[in-house]
Design a protein around this ligand. Sequence first.
Ligand code: VGL
Ligand code: ZN
Length: 203
Amino acid sequence: MKVLIVVDVQYDFLPGGALAVPEGDAIIPVVNELMEKIDFVVATQDWHPLDHGSFADNHVDKRPGDVVDLNGLKQVLWPVHCVQNTHGAELENRLDSQRIRKIFTKGTDPGIDSYSGFYDNGHRKSTGLAEYLKEHGVDEVYVAGLAADYCVKFTALDAVKENFKTWLFVDATRAVNLKADDFDKAIREMQEKGVRMLKSADI
Ligand code: VGL
Ligand code: ZN
């Protein structure tokens, strides 16, 4: 049984948003097509409280891109983004969201970030996604969405750790690219750790 996990296709990660991923909107039609081909679909949603520790504004004299220690974990700081119940946190409305069976929110605890759709960055709390997929007989995970170098990467790596056979649709993702080669580095790291790459036309 296959699942398509659509990661964080939210206004704040799209051009014009608070943490815009370059060309992030280009994946929307591709994801819509994939949802027709893989009919069991779940989505993740970055869903932060306003006092979240990943926001540069919540630290004295810090700017986006700076790195701090957040309760013992290294944390890259971001602009305020995907605040609960704001427009920026909504899934983009061109997404065919009727096809999404369930949405898993993450990043709700102000003291820890959560890039992966499965666990927070300290692997302390589960979002319930792994359990949900196993209950539904899923053994193959296909990942698409934003951003390739953060939430998509950590979601795919956790899927491998949870023993799902895992693929990434390379043409259905884009990277933040704080550094120009972050996309390539993320792809390489995922491949080394067991994530297989494919294109949407391959399925
Ligand atoms: C993400 C940075 C901060 C992502 C979420 O969805 O990749 N990146 N929060
Ligand atoms: Zn976030």
